[in-house]
Design a protein around this ligand. Structure first.
Ligand code: ZN
Length: 202
């Protein structure tokens, strides 16, 4: 008998996958398995040329996300992990164009706080506070939305949403055809897996 360990295989899920609507509960601990998930999420984020990736975008019901505002894998100092993030005291308003690795090809203007204060835990489980502005503040708000089951398209003005409606419908058709081919589990199976994983860590 070989003592083979299952290696976690993660990939980015697309709208309208139900896990993108999952509201995640805080994690209870940071351990080596979580750090391995985080390392894989950075790899995946760079592979898809993103600047942020939340756990439920890789079908995991955990309250954390990774970010690198430079999007450059060589810029290790710009890599950040936010575990159990809480946004405090948003200030100012700024509009900026957003996209999402879970809805590739769809872009739209979103109004966010210009500056935010965020409290979270890092890779070694230590608490930290970040006072952010500009792109980094936008990323942190976009990714925290993911952990609350929200997508940037929920924040588009009706006229902007109308502009991307056809593209969103293509994602819905694609999702349904995966279901029809048996490549995508049913909603109750997805929910059962999410709840099982959640019970392990929250
Ligand atoms: Zn996103």
């Amino acid at each position: 008998m070989s003592d083979r360990r299952c290696k976690l295989k993660i990939e980015v899920i697309h709208y309208p996958h139900p896990t993108l609507r999952h509201v995640s509960k805080p994690l209870k601990r940071v351990d080596s398995e979580l750090r391995e998930m985080i390392a894989q999420m950075f790899d995946l984020m760079y592979e898809h040329e993103g600047v942020g990736l939340a756990a439920n975008q890789v079908d995991l019901p955990y309250r954390f996300f990774v970010a690198n505002p430079t999007g450059d894998p060589r810029e290790k100092n710009s890599e950040h992990v936010f575990i159990n993030p809480i946004l405090r005291s948003g200030k100012g308003k700024a509009e900026g164009e957003e996209g999402c690795l879970s809805i590739p090809g769809v872009l739209g203007p979103v109004i966010r706080n210009e500056r935010v204060k965020v409290e979270a835990y890092g890779l070694t489980g230590e608490p930290f506070v970040g006072e952010l502005d500009g792109l980094f503040a936008r990323i942190v708000q976009h990714e925290t939305d993911h952990l609350d089951g929200k997508l940037f398209i929920d924040r588009l003005a009706p006229t902007q949403l109308a502009e991307v409606k056809d593209l969103l419908e293509e994602f819905q058709v694609d999702f349904q055809s995966k279901r029809d081919c048996g490549e995508m589990p049913a909603d109750d199976q997805i929910a059962a897996r999410i709840s099982e994983l959640e019970n392990l860590r929250t």
